[in-house]
Write a protein that binds this ligand. Structure first.
Ligand code: NAP
Length: 277
């Protein structure tokens, strides 16, 4: 498995697994758990979840999938902005740990910025890290100005990542945020890398994929995997699709293919405010 280096020097899988909407449909649960376990077998050891997903149901499902296998996974969860005060973060983390049936998170993120000052959330993250409840911490959906502010706070230098909406048809972060993160050696976790399955149906991408002998999902993921500092977290609750998605690693794109994708899905030509889901 290709890896991406966190600022701490630890390497994590470049292709992990998202879990938004897992646990929502009782009939799909068994296959979703089996998919996460297959992902561990196949090296997609990074699992991204959040207290928000299904109001804790996704974390519960992840806990079930990790039974007896916790040490194999790099486990990421997120705290809601409404819980981002010092006592709120400490309590939310305990609840997540309980649902996930574990004693520590590998990475804990602020899901997006809310009303609580970033300084207070950072201080709570530092406290949790000292207590051994989280190994690393970071943020999500922070734009350039918020990232600059967060990095300047006590504890801000240890931020491990900014998890951001990033896929072929949403490349806005390339304007200024991604260059700044690169300058500070901060990897990005690219969420919704398939544009929530819209890219799989995109006529430009389906025709590109047909011409180059890979599936549209593989093309979308391979485009992100071509960058050394992007962790990609597609979600699927189906084992067959997981195998297909992991196949992106077997199809590294050539410079000519990357240029073709640049023509089909152009990079930004002006700044735009950060989009999030
Ligand atoms: P995504 O990964 O772009 O797409 C997921 C959708 O694509 C699901 O409907 C899935 O359906 C389908 N899919 C997956 N592989 C496929 C394939 N090979 N062929 C056809 N369809 C396929 O969207 P996402 O779930 O929004 O993003 C990924 C993860 O990022 C989330 O699960 C979550 O962990 C994280 N995220 C974070 C934030 C944030 O604010 N930080 C926001 C959004 C998402 P099936 O499951 O039925 O296969």
């Amino acid at each position: 498995m290709k890896t991406v280096r966190l600022p701490s020097g630890e390497n994590v899988p470049a292709l992990g697994m998202g879990t938004w909407q897992m646990g929502d449909a009782p009939g799909a649960r068994q296959e979703e758990v089996a998919t996460l376990r297959l992902g561990l077998d196949l090296g997609a050891r990074l699992i991204d979840t959040a207290e928000m997903y299904g109001q804790g149901q996704a974390e519960q499902l992840v806990g079930e999938a990790l039974k007896g296998r916790r040490d194999e996974a790099f486990l990421v969860s997120k705290v809601l902005p409404s819980n981002a005060s010092r006592p709120g973060v400490l309590a939310a983390c305990e609840r997540s740990l309980r649902r996930l049936q574990t004693d520590r998170l590998d990475l804990y993120l602020l899901h997006w910025r809310g009303a609580v000052p970033l300084a207070e959330t950072m201080a709570a993250f530092v406290e949790l890290q000292r207590a051994g409840k989280i190994r690393h911490y970071g943020v999500s959906n922070l734009d350039l100005a918020a990232m600059q502010e967060a990095a300047s706070l006590p504890g801000g230098q240890a931020i491990a990542t900014d998890q951001l909406l990033y896929h072929l048809s949403r490349r806005d972060i390339e304007w200024d945020l991604l260059p700044w993160l690169r300058q500070h050696r901060l990897p990005v976790m690219a969420y919704s890398p398939l544009a929530q399955a819209r890219l799989v149906e995109d006529s430009k991408l389906t025709s590109f994929s047909r011409r180059h002998g890979l599936t549209p999902a593989q093309a979308a993921l391979a485009w992100l995997l071509a960058k050394d500092d992007i962790i990609v977290i597609p979600k699927t609750g189906r084992r067959q699709r997981l195998k297909e998605n992991l196949g992106a690693l077997d199809h590294p794109l050539t410079n000519a293919q990357l240029s073709e994708l640049d023509r089909l899905f152009p990079p930004p030509s002006r700044p735009r405010s950060l989009e999030m889901l």
